[in-house]
Write a protein that binds this ligand. Structure first.
Ligand SMILES: C[S@@+](CC[C@H](N)C(=O)[O-])C[C@H]1O[C@@H](n2cnc3c(N)ncnc32)[C@H](O)[C@@H]1O
Length: 381
C-alpha cells in the first residue's frame, strides 16, 4: 500500500508536517499559510484563489463564518456579462468546471485534527464519531483536512443518524434508509415508487445490481421477493447496505455481495439503477452520479440476457437528463438494448420531485425541467 500523502508547512519558524486527508483525492497543497481570524475575507479569498492554503489557528466557528464569506465571493456574478453557453452540453461542461474551481478555492481553508480526530481550536465541535464513520477508526496520527470536507462529513453524519424516509418501504417508523458517508442517498426517491408498483415477474429471486444503500433490495424484499442478491463494488456501499437491511430486519432474505455488476447465476428479476450521467467522476464520491463512457449502463445491458432465467425481466432505471444535456441519445440507448439481444416489454415514466428540478437559477435548469426517469422492463429475445 502506498504511503498516505502528507502536507508540510512552517509554523513559528519550525517545519511541520501531517497526514493529508482528501476524499476527492485532491493533492496536498504546496503553499500553506498559518492563518488567524484577523485575516479579512477578501484577502483569504484572494490567497485561496491564488492557490495558497490557509491553516486555521483561531476560533472554529469563525472559520465556518469565513468559509461562508468565501463562498459568497465565489458565487458572485461576474461583473462583465458572460456569453450564454451555445448548447446544453456546453452549459453542463462549464457548470462542472465552475463547480470544480469553486471546490478548489473553498477547499483551501484547512483545519488540523489530532490523532483521535479531536480539533484543538476554541469552540470546535466534537467530530470524533463523524470522522470515524467517514474515515475509519483514528490511528493516532495527526492530520489536516479542508474545513469544507469536514463540514461534509458532519452533514453525512446527520443524514446517517436521521435517515431518509422511503414511503415505498411501508409505514413509519420502519421505513427509513440510513445512507453512509460517500454512498448514494436515495433522496431523489421517485423511481422507488415505480419499483414498488411494477408487476413482479416472480417472487422467488431478484438481483439488485449496484445496491448503494440497499434500498431497491429492501423494497423488493418488502414486496415479498423471497431472496435478493445485492451487489456493489464500493466497500462503503456494501457496509451501508448490510447496515440498512439489518435495521429493516431483511438480512435473512437479502445477501450483499462485492461484485463487478452481476453475481453468478440467473434470476427471474434483475434490477439496476446505474449512475445517470456519462461523464468522468472528478472524485470517488461522484461515482454514483457519473458513469464514464456509460460503462456500468452498457455493462448491465450487455450482461443482462446471460443473467436472466427463462421468461425473466431486467428493470433498468434511468433518467434521461443525459439526453437533454446532449451527452447520450435515445437512439444510442435503444441501440445498446438491441445489440444486447434485449427487447423492451414496457416502460413507466416519472418526473423528478427533487427541488433542483424547480430551481430556475440552476445553470442546468432548462435540461432538468425536462428530465424524466424511466423504468425500462426488458427481456431477452
Ligand atoms: C446511482 S447509485 C444507485 C444505488 C442504489 N441502487 C439506489 O437506487 O439508490 C449506483 C451504484 O452502483 C454502484 N456501482 C457502480 N459501478 C458498479 C459496478 N461495476 N458493479 C457494481 N456496482 C457498481 C455504485 O457504487 C453505486 O452504489
Amino acid at each position: 500500500m502506498s504511503e498516505p500523502p502528507r502536507v508540510e508547512w512552517e509554523e513559528a519558524g519550525l517545519p511541520r508536517a501531517a497526514r493529508w486527508r482528501s476524499e476527492a483525492a485532491v493533492p496536498p497543497p504546496k503553499r500553506v499559510q498559518v492563518t488567524l481570524d484577523t485575516l479579512p475575507a477578501d484577502a483569504a479569498y484572494r490567497l485561496a484563489s491564488e492557490g495558497t492554503a490557509l491553516l486555521w489557528r483561531s476560533d472554529f466557528q469563525n472559520a465556518r463564518n469565513l468559509l461562508q464569506a468565501m463562498a459568497r465571493r465565489a458565487d458572485r456574478k461576474p461583473r462583465k456579462p458572460v456569453a450564454a453557453p451555445a448548447s446544453a452540453t456546453q452549459a453542463f461542461h462549464l457548470h462542472r468546471q465552475a463547480q470544480g474551481q469553486r471546490a478548489r478555492v473553498l477547499g483551501k481553508l484547512l483545519v488540523e485534527l489530532e490523532g483521535d480526530y479531536r480539533i484543538a481550536l476554541p469552540r470546535a465541535p466534537d467530530l470524533r464519531i463523524a470522522c470515524q464513520q467517514a474515515w475509519g477508526p483514528a490511528d493516532g496520527e495527526p492530520s489536516v483536512a479542508s474545513l469544507r470536507e469536514l463540514l461534509g462529513i458532519v452533514g453525512a453524519y446527520e443524514w446517517r443518524r436521521k435517515g431518509v424516509e422511503i414511503p415505498s418501504l411501508g409505514a413509519p417508523p420502519g421505513n427509513r434508509i440510513h445512507p453512509h458517508y460517500g454512498v448514494y442517498s436515495p433522496v431523489r426517491g421517485e423511481y422507488l415508487d415505480i419499483v414498488a408498483r411494477a408487476p413482479l415477474p416472480s417472487r422467488e429471486l431478484a438481483f439488485d445490481i449496484g445496491t448503494g444503500t440497499g434500498v431497491i433490495a429492501a423494497v423488493l424484499a418488502r414486496r415479498g421477493v423471497q431472496r435478493v442478491i445485492a451487489t456493489d463494488q464500493d466497500p462503503r456501499a456494501l457496509a451501508c447496505a448490510r447496515d440498512n437491511l439489518a435495521r429493516l430486519g431483511l438480512l435473512q432474505r437479502v445477501e450483499v455481495l462485492q461484485a463487478d455488476l452481476f453475481p453468478t447465476g440467473r434470476a427471474p428479476l434483475v434490477v439496476c439503477n446505474p449512475p445517470w450521467l456519462p461523464a468522468r467522476p472528478s472524485s470517488p464520491i461522484e461515482h454514483a452520479i457519473y458513469d464514464e463512457d456509460s460503462r456500468m449502463l452498457r455493462g448491465f445491458l450487455a450482461g443482462l440476457a446471460g443473467h436472466l432465467s427463462p421468461g425473466g425481466e431486467g428493470w433498468l432505471i434511468l433518467s434521461d437528463l443525459a439526453e437533454h444535456l446532449g451527452l447520450r441519445t435515445r437512439e444510442e440507448l435503444q441501440g445498446w438494448i438491441t445489440a444486447a439481444g434485449l427487447r423492451v416489454i414496457a416502460h413507466e415514466d416519472i418526473r423528478p420531485r427533487h427541488p433542483k428540478a424547480q430551481d430556475a437559477s440552476d445553470p442546468l435548469h432548462a435540461a432538468r425541467a425536462k428530465e424524466i426517469t424511466t423504468l425500462w422492463r426488458l427481456c431477452a429475445g
